[in-house]
Design a binder for this molecule. Structure first.
Ligand SMILES: Cc1cc2nc3c(=O)[nH]c(=O)nc-3n(C[C@H](O)[C@H](O)[C@H](O)COP(=O)(O)O)c2cc1C
Length: 640
């Protein structure tokens, strides 16, 4: 069925066993100083054992002033070779080929990140995101950096890598030269396309000269930078011919620069395969293989992409974080067992926001290869899980996979808890794949799932459990506002289809749920106004997701009022306090409350009288993100 995905392929002198590539992704599983430790080795070993034909190891710096952050791995010294060799050995033992992405951040870093070294660039123009004025490289310095790339490639070869990939995408130094958006030079390194490509082509020549004509050499480019004046697919196609002529063996096509980061790593609001049109433009122009990436996370989609001939290899980025065994499960016909990437921008992006190693909301085992493993339980027990939301489902299947007998009690008719209404707003539908996955894993491991079953003391007692896990989630906060009678509904009830709204809706609360509910309201054909008591809106959404949500709301004419606290409800709206004084908002048929959740652990005191250990997890313990509930579910099940 997956004949294209599973067919062998070639990149230069390299033969790959299948067409599934793990693209480069900064994992933050390095040691604090960027060196290689057990955690990083285990992370790559898992993806190799999981069947990826090719792993492109995350961005790895070639020169100290080009460091993206202190934890980035590096290959600028021979001292870095032994650590690198550990990753190579792990990848080869697991059956994968591995190349390393050679990187220099250029202007997309800061002197704070480089330990005091000033960023450098083709031109003295600051990156609009990092905003630090870079030093304009001299001709001599440029040649020095060409050599730095070539020397790092030699170290990669010495460490045993099957090749190298030059990072020529995302606005980093090589792309900084390639792009008219950021290269304003008038010498031989700027101006015409040939000149702008010179840095990348000279790097290829230098690597070829030092590592030999056969050493596999890839380059990643942003074939659609998605910024005014940036590289567009038609130009990328011409550029690709120059890169092929310079000796690159494959082109890995990505999109975006820092100023368009939402297209480097796109949230679920962006369609699957969104980067493929630009890859297709490149593919038409060259004879070397092209790798395509971008929201390809479903095996059938990946197969169809290859079958259509639009690219030669598919790179499964976050999909490889979500499930290191993606290729193996495809080969074994176990696609229902693939933990799906739903582009929620949650745990994988914690790497960039809080510096935590990448993991996955759907699969908390990811990135925790050393510490979280499903091993048979020493003593098999009867575990009763109360609550069939994501945390409860994860706890149930993991406990069952360890050999426990598991009964899951869910008081409603459906599984998935808050994730079910969470699937409803526009762009969130793919979350349903996660719910289907958790549910499938429960079935696979024989969890006795009982819906429409309230976990009363007597019901649980009759099951004679040895352990009880309470994952009852939260309930929407009711502000108990005085009201003259306007219709009030809870956001969760609206999303779940248990409530309806009139034509004009006031949404109270501008966090994640409030904004997504406003999107749903306008999709239903009503108007929406959002009031938020703080200045911050979209709390709980990744900044990359927030941009799309706000653009959608703006386009639909949704008004968002910050620093506006609802004091009382009227017959058609609300009286509010603002820093500029009181305001009355009128003309609304419905007020939708989206002011957060409170833990629901109401069953706990009763269940504790059963005399068996009761473990409270997820929102029932403390209201947090979905990812936290799922991870807690897995961890509690591993400890039983
Ligand atoms: C956590 C994270 C780190 C990333 N780091 C890199 C990197 O080091 N080099 C690179 O070229 N792209 C990097 N990317 C981009 C990915 O390689 C990939 O192009 C992007 O995630 C889109 O593919 P996907 O939708 O399959 O995840 C990163 C993406 C993520 C999620």
């Amino acid at each position: 069925m997956f004949t294209h995905l599973l067919s062998a392929g070639r990149i230069g002198s390299l033969t790959l066993k299948n067409r599934m590539v793990m693209p480069p992704m900064g994992s933050f599983h390095t040691e604090a100083d960027g060196s290689v430790g057990d955690e990083l080795v285990a992370y790559y070993a898992a993806r190799a054992e999981g069947g990826f034909g090719l792993i492109v190891q995350e961005y790895t710096c070639v020169s100290p002033e080009g460091l993206g952050g202190p934890a980035e791995p590096r290959l600028w010294s021979d001292d870095d070779i032994p650590g690198a060799r550990r990753i190579v050995d792990a990848a080869h033992t697991g059956g994968a080929k591995i190349v390393v992405q050679l990187h220099h951040a250029g202007r997309e870093t800061t002197s704070a990140a480089t330990g005091g070294l000033r960023p450098v660039a083709a031109s003295p123009v600051p990156c609009p995101v990092n905003k630090e004025m870079p030093h304009e490289l001299t001709d001599e310095e440029i040649w020095g950096l060409v050599t730095a790339f070539a020397t790092a490639a030699c170290r990669a070869k010495a460490a045993g890598y099957d090749g190298v990939e030059v990072h020529g995408a995302h606005g980093y130094l090589v792309d900084n030269f390639l792009s008219p958006y950021s290269n304003k030079r008038h010498d031989k390194w700027g101006g015409s396309l040939v000149n702008r490509a010179r840095f990348a082509t000279e790097i290829a020549r230098a690597i070829r000269a030092t590592c030999g004509p056969q050493y596999p050499l890839l380059i990643r480019i942003s074939a659609d930078e998605r910024v005014p004046g940036g590289i567009e697919p038609a130009q990328a196609a011409v550029l690709a011919t120059l890169l092929e002529a310079a000796g690159y063996d494959a082109i890995d096509v990505s999109n975006g620069v820092y100023a368009s980061m939402q297209y480097i790593i796109a949230p679920s609001q962006v369609a699957p395969g969104y980067e493929l049109p630009s890859a297709a433009a490149v593919k038409q122009a060259v004879t070397i293989p092209v790798i395509g990436v971008g929201r390809i996370s479903d095996p059938l989609h990946a197969e169809q992409v290859l079958a259509s001939g639009v690219v030669d290899f598919v790179a499964l980025g976050r999909a490889s974080i979500a499930d290191p065994d993606f290729p193996r499960k495809v080969a074994e016909g176990r696609t229902d067992e693939i933990a799906p990437c739903v582009a929620c921008m949650s745990r994988c992006l914690d790497a960039m926001t809080v510096g935590a190693g990448v993991s996955c909301m759907v699969n908390p085992f990811s990135g925790n290869e050393l510490t979280m493993r499903i091993a048979p339980a020493p003593v098999r027990r009867h575990v009763v899980v109360v609550g069939g939301g994501p945390g409860g489902l994860e706890a149930a299947w993991v406990a069952a996979a360890r050999g426990h007998t598991v009964t899951l009690l869910e008081r409603s008719a459906t599984l998935g808890g808050q994730a079910v209404p969470g699937c409803v707003p526009p762009g969130k539908q793919e979350l349903a794949r996660a719910v289907a996955y958790w549910q499938h894993m429960c079935e696979l491991h024989g969890v006795d799932v009982r819906t429409r079953t309230a976990a009363t003391h007597d019901v649980v007692k009759a099951l004679a459990p040895d352990e009880v896990v309470v994952a009852t989630g939260g309930t929407p906060v009711d502000l108990h506002l005085e009201s003259d009678g306007v219709q009030v509904v809870q956001a969760v009830d609206l999303l779940a289809g248990r409530a309806t709204v009139g034509p004009n809706v006031l949404v109270v609360g501008g966090g994640l749920v409030g904004l997504e509910t406003a999107e749903h309201v306008v999709a239903l054909g009503s108007t929406a106004t959002v009031v938020e008591m703080t200045e911050a809106i979209g709390t709980g959404l990744s900044s990359l997701t927030l941009g799309f949500v706000l653009a959608g709301l703006r386009a639909a004419g949704v008004e968002i009022r910050r620093s506006t606290t609802v004091r009382r409800l009227t017959k058609d709206g609300a009286e509010c306090d603002t820093p500029r004084g009181p305001v009355t908002l009128e003309g609304f048929d419905t007020v939708v409350m989206a002011v957060g959740e409170a833990s629901d652990a109401s069953l706990v005191p009763d269940l504790e009288t059963l005399g068996v250990p009761v473990h409270v997890i997820g929102d029932a313990k403390r209201v947090r993100r979905l990812a936290d509930a799922v991870e807690e579910g897995a961890r509690v099940a591993l400890a039983l």
